[in-house]
Design a protein around this ligand. Sequence first.
Ligand code: ZN
Ligand code: MN
Length: 480
Amino acid sequence: MKNLIPKIGLEIHLELATQAKLFCSCKNDPDEPEPNKNICPVCTGQPGVLPVLNESAVIKALSLAKALKMKINQKSLFARKHYFYPDLPKNYQISQYELPLATDGEVILVRENLRKKIRIRRLHLEEDTAKNIHFQNYSLIDFNRSGVPLVEIVTEPDLNSPEEAEIFAEELVLLIRYLKISQADAEKGQIRFEANISLAEEDKLGVKVEVKNIGSIQSLKDAIAYEIERQKAVLEKGGVISQETRGFDEIKRITFSQREKEEAEDYRYFPDPDLPPLLVNEELENRAILTETPWDKKLRFEKEYKIEPKLSQILIRNQFLAHFFEEAFSELYRLTDDFEETKRLILNYMLNDLIGLLEKLKIELRETLLTPHEFAHLLFVFYQNKISSKIVKEALELSLKGEKRVEVIIQEKEKISDAEILNNLIEEILRENEKSVVDYKNGKKEAFEYLIGLIMKKTQGRADPQLTREILKDKLEQEI
Ligand code: ZN
Ligand code: MN
C-alpha cells in the first residue's frame, strides 16, 4: 500500500453579529426564544418584496477578509442558489457564487513543531436559513434565523490531519473574536463546520467526501479522524470511495452516509436580478477596521517582552487577557524600573496563579473586580518584600471572587517595617507589661520572646520580625 496522505479542506459558516439581518431591517437575534418574532415579508420570502443589502454586514465581512490577507473584489455578485427545503421559503438562498467578496487569502499556523500556510480560497456573504424543529409527527419552522448574515470561508485542502484542522479552527475563532464581528460560539450555532476529506498519495487528489453540519471544533476533529480511518480501511481492502455527503453522529462519534454529493449545476445558480453588483470602493474598505490580529500580537509580545512562544500563545488567547498583561506590565515596570524582575513576576503570577484561579473558579477575567493596576500594585508590594507570596495568592483569590479589593488586603496584610510606627507600638507594649521588663532585666531571657509574641499578636503578624527584634532589644538594653 502506497503512503496515503489525508487532504482536508474546510468550509466554515459564521453568523455575523450585526444589528439587523442581511437583506431586511429585522433584528438579527437567532436566539430569540419566541418563534417567528423577528420576521417580515422579506425574510419569509413573500412575493413582491425586494432585498436591501445591510452595509454593516459587508464591513464586518471585509474586516475578516483583510485579516485573512485576501484579495478583495471591487465588484462581487449575489446569486440565487436553488434548492427546495422547508426552511428556505424562497426556494433559493441568496449567496455569492461567481465573483465572491474576496479570494486568495492565507492563515499561517504556528505551533511548536508546526509552521504551515493554509490557503483560503474564498470568502463570501450569504443569508442563513430558518430553523426546522421536528416533533414526532410534524415539524414547525421558526424564521427568526432566516436572513441572518453569514460569511462562508472556504479553504484549500491544505490541512493534513485532524489536529491541524483543530488548530486552524481555533485560530480562526480567535481571530473572529479579536475582530469583534461575531462571538463565534459553536454551541449557539454561530459557527458551523464542514470538512472535505480525501486520501491520496502525495501530489494526487483522491475522491473527496464531504462531512456536513459539524457543530463544534471537537466534533470537527473527531469527524475527520473517523473519516480518515474509514477511508483508509476501504482503500486497503481494494475498495473505492464514493463521492458523497456524510453527516456526523454526535452521540456515536461516527460519520454516516447522507446522500450523493450534489454538483454545482444542481443548484442552478444565477445572478440575483433583485440585487445590484456589490461595489467595494476604497472608502468602504477603509471602514473595515483592522485591529492587531492575535498572530501579530503574539509575535510582538515575543519581541517586545522577550517571552517564549509557548507563553505568548497563552497570553493572547483572549484580547482582554493580552490587554491585562500589557497594562500590568507597564505599571509594574514603572514602579520597579526593573525589566527582568517585572517580567519574572508578571509571568509567574499571571500564568501560574491568575489563570489557574480563573479556571478553578470558572470565571472570565473581564467579569472580575481585579484591574491590571491592582495586580501590578500587589506584585510591587511583594517585590518590596512587604507581603509574602502566600498573601499574593490569597489576595488574588479574594479579589477574583469579588470578596475583597486588592488594596484592602494589602492594607490588612502589609508588613509594618516603618521604624517609627514599630517604636511607638513597642513602647506602648513595654508600658503595659512592666513585669516582663523587670523579668528581662533580672536575666529571664524568655521574657524577650514573650514580648515579641505580644507585638506580633497586636499587629496580626504584620510587624517586620527583624526590625521588631532590633528595636525591642535596643529599648530593653536602654532600660538597664
Ligand atoms: Zn425580515
Ligand atoms: Mn453556504
